[in-house]
Design a protein around this ligand. Structure first.
Ligand code: CP
Length: 316
């Protein structure tokens, strides 16, 4: 699929994308990464356009990366958080979005605790919506940057074995990765305690494992996920220390991995819980590469979606 064939103006999930569309985003992200690497420079693709970052849940990586990505495309960027918005005064999400539209936004990047809120906004206003994480539903830009980082390190993902380990039940990252990786032909194992990795995930094409050693043995890469306390109303395991004892990745257990298996983590890391510090900082971890790649991937997303919102300014 060529860039000119890209049809979407919003990016709501990886479930809705075809393999060709995922490849198209990755291809454009590789171009941006190369273009911007040395010396660091701006492109004019979104010059004069307004990108509004509406983050109604906490974020470090995603919000900053979207901001840098939009600025690298020469867009004007306005970032607002839940606490600083009039949502705290009782305004609805719909009214907030209608007002942001009236103020002339050309793209809105939204993070919200409710699954489906980006879809709702995309049906409510005429501004392209980029999902930056909606509850436990999806985090498509994170899934794409994870896939980008895997491709950089291990190449074609067809038949590759990727294990995602941790709190799968409450993870939008796990769901986006599962959809994206499966579409590119990878075999995905979801691993962790049975309370956090129910068998229902098999219906989405995943292999489910509650045996840590077995889930690590043949993996080409393992992605650790933190326990998402903010989404859990009751405890899904006896204590954090028992979780770590059963499923935490440490130096000794890393020997169960193949010698060249990669370690990924979307962040934020809870050191000493799902992963030991030595491993998180080791050569086999590509965690900060994931963060860096988030800029080029988000540039590609903004660039492609703006293309169909009448927002693309072509560079000569
Ligand atoms: N991975 C991720 O979404 O990190 P932030 O919550 O810091 O954006």
């Amino acid at each position: 699929m060529e860039i000119k064939d890209w049809q979407r103006s919003s990016l709501l999930s990886l479930e809705e994308l075809t393999a060709e569309e995922i490849e198209c985003i990755l291809c454009q992200a590789f171009k941006f990464k190369e273009e911007l690497s040395n010396p660091r420079r701006q492109t004019d693709h979104l010059k004069g356009k307004r990108v509004v970052n509406l983050f109604l849940e906490p974020s470090t990586r995603t919000r900053i990366a979207f901001e840098i990505a939009a600025k690298s495309l020469s867009a004007d960027v306005i970032s607002i958080s839940g606490k600083s918005s009039s949502l705290t005064k009782g305004e609805t999400l719909k009214d907030t979005a209608l007002n942001i539209q009236a103020l002339g936004a050309d793209l809105i990047v939204v993070r919200h605790s409710s699954p489906g809120s980006p879809l709702f906004l995309s049906r409510t206003i005429d501004v392209p919506i980029i999902n930056a994480g909606d509850g436990a539903h999806e985090h498509p830009s994170q899934g794409l940057l994870d896939i980008f980082t895997l491709r950089e390190n291990i190449g074609n993902l067809m038949g590759r074995k990727i294990t995602i380990l941790g709190d799968i039940l409450f993870s939008r990252v796990a769901r986006s990765n599962l959809w994206g990786l499966k579409k590119l032909g990878a075999e995905v194992t979801l691993a962790g305690p049975s309370t956090l990795v129910p068998r229902q995930f098999e219906e989405m094409g995943a292999r489910v494992s509650h045996d840590l050693k077995e889930s690590l043995a043949d993996a080409d890469a393992v992605m650790l996920l933190r326990i998402q306390h903010e989404r859990q109303s009751s405890s899904h395991f006896p204590s954090l220390s028992e979780y770590t004892k059963m499923f935490g990745l440490n130096e000794a257990r890393s020997k169960w991995l193949k010698p060249n298996a990669l370690i990924l983590h979307p962040g934020p890391i809870n050191r000493g819980v799902e992963i030991d510090s030595e491993l998180a900082d080791s050569n086999r971890a590509v965690i900060l590469d994931q963060v860096k790649n988030g800029i080029a991937v988000r540039m590609a997303i903004l660039y492609l979606c703006a293309q169909n919102s009448g927002g693309l300014i072509k560079n000569d």
